[in-house]
Design a binder for this molecule. Sequence first.
Ligand code: FES
Length: 138
Amino acid sequence: MIHAANDRASRVLGWAVPSLQRHVFVCINERAADNPKGCCMARGGAEVRDALKKELGARGLSRLIRANNAGCLDQCEHGVAVVVYPEQVWYGGVTPADIPELVEKHLVGGELVTRLLIPDQPHLAGATHVPPLEVPAS
Ligand code: FES
């Protein structure tokens, strides 16, 4: 029912919901400077998000992969924390310099960037690869 309404609206209004293959959430949570937990914003979360958006845009991937701001992902000790869905792969200590590798290897090629993985992700069952991006023929 919802899909049919969405299809109708898309046709009438000339827009369509993008067929995203991955969502990448970047923590930009901010805490007071004296908070002992620290925060990803102070560690460069906004810069990581901006670098990711810029890289996706430059490579023409913005309609396939969405970079999203996130609040605290409860991985503060690993910040800047980034999680990729639908495969739910968690990365920590991410910097803007890591973004080209993260995009090329994981988001496009399906190869996890193991040096940035947050430990203890049993749902991955030791996997080092996920399905690569499917780039539609233009
Ligand atoms: S502040 Fe970023 S994970 Fe908690």
